[in-house]
Design a binder for this molecule. Structure first.
Ligand code: ZN
Length: 970
């Protein structure tokens, strides 16, 4: 239930409205999903392509297309002679049996000559006639075989001149950079034209087909148009539920677009939430309490400076925290938050831990009370104080969770990996404000982040703009801003997060289903982390009367143990500041643009985008609708965009991939028989879903959608409130699954999503309608293009069933060991080859330094890319062979691309999907957080491992794309 960061600051996966397992719910910077579905791509919702009217793109109703004729030169053949020589090369060239049959005509002629010398004239004539007939028959046979296996240049598999063919050919040519040798850098060969032509918009971190297609889904008349008030007219005659749904969608969109109203409302709703939080989690010294007198705030400030000074000497303690997993206890006399009291003339070191009283004390009481300065580091001011803090922590983290704000732990309800028919309660880790723990070691970024925290606190807490009062006069009337130094508050928060980062698990460990499967009882969890009252946590999250979940799956017991040490020593004031920051950061996306400026500056630093340019509001608002009511919007998307036989065609492609995969498994020598049987069963039982959800809800039915979202209230005058209600609704949907069987019909992506996924606990592959567009798929495309696009995607998802994560689950979606020892050893050896290969690839950071790809983090995706490319080719080749004249499957050639064989075009279609550019800062962020390798290496890494690629492009041994070492798994 880590449902916090919907702000586009931290790029996550494509959002969906479907609550359970919503990638947003579980994909904060550090999540705990032990059996999270594998996605085909992590390209993000906030980084959309350029305006549809820019760059010459227009909507043709079937994908992205250039407006007008192809650019000059693109319709002519590429002038590269080395490529000319490859015409009809590779497997399309007659070889083997075809050559033997070509030669058979000569012996026939010799036999005829011998017969002519032995017999009478009449006999000779008869024999000659018979021989001639035989010769003709053999000749015809030879001609037939040759014709069947070579490229037909006419008929159904001849050159296609239809509009769709002309457009797709022009698109491929325009993206090419033919002067680049495909054997030295295939990505640049296929995408160099795209990279030269497209510019990353200032407000975006990247641009690629992925983003362009996503944007097309949203920007065309499809979703944007249905959100327009004018659509009401179009909907006349529709049933009532359809009308009400439309009003709901439009209300949410309007509330988001109404920035004037958002400015009028100001920060009050967010500031009020902070005040509610501090009632739940009070601190003896509170900077944030707006009702406290100025003198109390001044005392709290003095105390805050002391605490922050203590943080300065805490680096050694940070190291200690990191070591905690290896040590029995921290109870060796060292304090985590030790500093010297400044300004009181004393240099005596004292613990700065502060506990909480039942009531907020007056400042005089606080200063007079030695007790507050002399608590031991466990907070043992007495059983009552300790108990109070345990309860208050439980209340704070659960109340924040209900409004979609995660803290140091997060909650989820999801299929039990060991028993995937039942849902289970999961407890994971979370709570960092920067995208990953590595960032906390970068001084420059940390400084920018700290300034962001400071500025946002000042905006939300220091300028109470209520009742139409302007900020300046509000400050003059308030006694708070002059005494609060928000820089100190920010420092306090960031120092705490540094400690949190130090105890956080590595991303690749959190992706490991075995490492993160740790069943614990409630009492065992309480023993691990007694600083929080876990009974109260469950009471506040689950419906009353629910049984205590048993077991609870803990992602990392070590993390909880370390967190306990951190919480025991953290001053209550620091925790209060941290909780306030989590609220502000997560919910600031509901504020007017001028109140979010510091967040934009942080995004600029992290992703390299412009600090001054924000994403066009309508784009953001379509994302908001997609996040909250995605399935409802998807109803209109599939109505307009997913008709005809697309679903059947895609279904047939996916089915052929399954066949190819089973065939491939049988050819793998390293897979022993028992493991092969298990693997084959896994393919046999695999569920494939294409298009959109048919139940829970039925996206085709307005009634079903209305019922599904009935508890989510939308007010067109209250954007902030809509955001909160949506998050609470999603949280409720997620937690409500506990105690119920797993809903197998549920989709984790909305229909318009441009992505696909494999869900290991359901053993299912899922393709939303949104991805069935160019350049991935089109009904009029030749199949070699569709197989290079959606076919590879399907092969990728299938391969996930057998990657380093997917292999841990059996055919029924259970986390179970079904591998023989020797086969597993071979799997590990082969995996290491991929880890080493991708670990050698680099991307440049903003300073131009090369940074290595994390071969371990990206292993699963790399295995999937490689398996997908290989299996999809084989599936296509089998279909082409079975129907060389295109009576059943289209494999026509494309005008202007005659220089390339179908095989070559298959690989070019695969690479073209990844044509993109990314800002260096964003590239580094992805390197640390994204399990997918950078686009260039997704292409080049996969073709480097393909002997068939080297063959069809005639790549010399040891050329860039044809190294000696080739990694191979599936
Ligand atoms: Zn994937």
């Amino acid at each position: 239930m880590a449902s916090s960061d919907t702000t586009p600051l931290l790029a996550g996966q494509q959002p969906t409205s479907l609550p359970r397992h919503n990638p947003n719910l579980n994909n904060n910077n550090n999540n705990n999903n032990s059996n999270n579905p594998r996605h085909w791509s992590e390209e993000t919702e906030d980084i959309l392509g350029p305006d549809p009217n820019a760059n010459g793109y227009q909507n043709t109703g079937a994908g992205y297309r250039r407006r007008g004729p192809p650019p000059p030169g693109s319709s002519s053949l590429p002038g590269n002679s080395s490529l000319d020589a490859q015409r009809f090369s590779g497997r399309d060239r007659p070889t083997g049996l075809k050559r033997i049959l070509n030669c058979c005509c000569l012996p026939c002629r010799q036999a005829l000559y011998a017969f002519q010398n032995k017999y009478t004239k009449t006999e000779k004539y008869s024999m000659a006639f018979a021989g001639l007939c035989l010769l003709l028959a053999v000749g015809f046979l030879c001609a037939y075989v040759r014709a069947r296996d070579s490229i037909p240049l006419s008929g159904k598999n001849g050159i296609c001149t239809s509009r769709e063919c002309t457009i797709v050919a022009a698109d491929i040519l325009r993206d090419l950079k033919p002067e680049i040798d495909p054997c030295s850098d295939f990505f640049t060969f296929t995408c160099g034209g795209f990279v030269d032509r497209e510019t990353i918009p200032d407000d975006k971190a990247q641009i690629g087909y992925f983003n362009l297609v996503s944007k097309h889904n949203q920007a065309s008349e499809v979703i944007r148009s249905i959100l327009s008030p004018a659509t009401n007219n179009v909907q006349r005659g529709k049933d009532d539920a359809a009308k009400r749904n439309l009003v709901k969608l439009q209300s949410l969109f309007e509330s988001c677009m109404d920035e004037k109203k958002m400015s009028e409302i100001g920060v009050k709703p967010l500031a009020d939430l902070v005040q509610k939080m501090i009632k739940v989690f009070p601190a003896t010294f509170s900077i944030l309490d707006t009702e406290a007198p100025a003198s109390s705030v001044s005392a709290a400030m003095a105390h805050l400076r002391d605490v922050n000074f203590g943080f300065q000497s805490a680096s050694i303690n940070r190291q200690k925290l990191q070591q905690l997993g290896q040590e029995d206890n921290v109870d060796d006399g060292e304090e985590m938050f030790v500093g010297e009291i400044q300004g009181n003339g004393s240099d005596e070191k004292i613990p700065l831990h502060v506990s909480v009283d039942d009531e907020l004390p007056g400042v005089e009481d606080t200063l007079a009370s030695e007790e507050h300065h002399n608590l031991d580091k466990r907070g043992n001011a007495g059983p009552a104080a300790a108990k109070a803090q345990r309860e208050e922590l439980a209340l704070a983290i659960t109340q924040l969770a209900w409004v979609g704000v995660t803290t140091m732990v997060d909650f989820d309800v999801d299929a039990d990996p060991k028993n995937p028919d039942d849902n289970v309660f999961k407890l994971g880790e979370n709570g960092l404000g920067l995208p990953s723990k590595e960032y906390y070691q970068e001084e420059k970024i940390v400084n920018i982040y700290q300034k962001t925290v400071e500025d946002m606190f000042a905006i939300v807490m220091g300028t109470p703009t209520t009742d139409g009062e302007d900020a300046a006069s509000a400050i003059s009337k308030s006694n708070k801003p002059p005494v609060v130094d928000w820089a100190e508050v920010a420092k306090n928060v960031v120092e705490f997060e540094k400690l949190l980062a130090a105890i956080s698990s590595e991303q690749e460990d959190l992706d490991n289903s075995e490492l993160t499967y740790n069943p614990r009882t409630l009492s065992e969890i309480t023993e691990l982390i007694p600083a929080i009252d876990w009974s109260l946590v469950l009471e506040k999250l689950l419906t009353s009367g629910s049984e205590v979940p048993n077991p609870i799956i803990v992602s990392s017991p070590e993390y909880l143990e370390k967190l306990n040490a951190l919480l025991k020593d953290a001053p209550a004031m620091t925790l209060q500041n941290y909780f306030a920051w989590r609220l502000i950061k997560t919910l600031s996306s509901g504020l007017a643009v001028e109140l979010r400026k510091p967040m934009q500056q942080l995004k600029a630093a992290l992703q390299g985008v412009s600090a001054d340019l924000v994403t066009p509001r309508w784009e953001t608002c379509i994302d908001v609708v997609d996040n909250s009511l995605g399935a409802m919007a998807g109803h209109y998307f599939i109505e307009k965009m997913f008709q005809g036989d697309s679903k059947e065609m895609a279904d047939s492609i996916v089915t052929s991939l399954r066949g190819s995969f089973v065939k491939g498994l049988n050819q793998l020598e390293w897979l022993d028989h028992p493991t092969l049987l298990n693997a084959t069963e896994k393919i046999d039982l695999l569920i494939q879903k294409i298009g959109y959800s048919l139940e829970s809800p039925d996206v085709r039915s307005a009634d079903s959608l209305e019922d599904y979202f009935k508890d989510l209230g939308i007010d067109k005058a209250d954007f902030f409130g809509n955001q909160i209600r949506s998050k609470t609704w999603q949280t409720n949907q997620t937690l409500g699954e506990l105690g119920k069987p797993v809903d197998k019909a549920k989709w984790l992506m909305s229909p318009q999503t441009v992505n696909a996924y494999y869900n290991p606990s359901a053993n299912e592959i899922v393709f939303p309608a949104g991805i069935l567009q160019q350049p991935f798929f089109h009904g009029d495309n030749p199949e070699y293009l569709n197989y290079g696009g959606i076919g590879v995607v399907a092969g990728h998802e299938l391969s996930h069933a057998f990657d380093n994560e997917g292999r841990l689950y059996d055919a029924h979606g259970r986390l179970a060991d079904w591998w023989s020892n020797s086969t597993l050893e071979e799997f590990k050896t082969r995996s290491q080859c991929f880890i080493d290969q991708y670990g050698n690839f680099t991307v440049k950071d903003p300073q131009g330094r090369e940074n290595h790809v994390n071969g371990k983090l990206t292993l699963g995706e790399n295995l999937a890319d490689n398996g997908g490319l290989k299996r999809s080719y084989e599936a296509w080749a089998a279909r082409f062979k079975s129907d060389p004249h295109g009576n059943k499957f289209k494999n026509h050639l494309l005008s202007g691309l005659e220089d390339y064989s179908r095989d070559q075009l298959y690989y070019m279609a695969f690479a073209r999907v990844w044509c993109s550019q990314r800002r260096p800062a964003k590239a580094i962020e992805s390197l640390r957080t994204d399990p997918h390798a950078p686009a260039k290496w997704r292409v080049n890494g996969a073709v480097q491992n393909s002997p068939h690629f080297a063959e069809v492009f005639n790549c010399k041994a040891r050329s860039g794309m044809n190294p000696d070492t080739k990694c191979d798994m599936w």
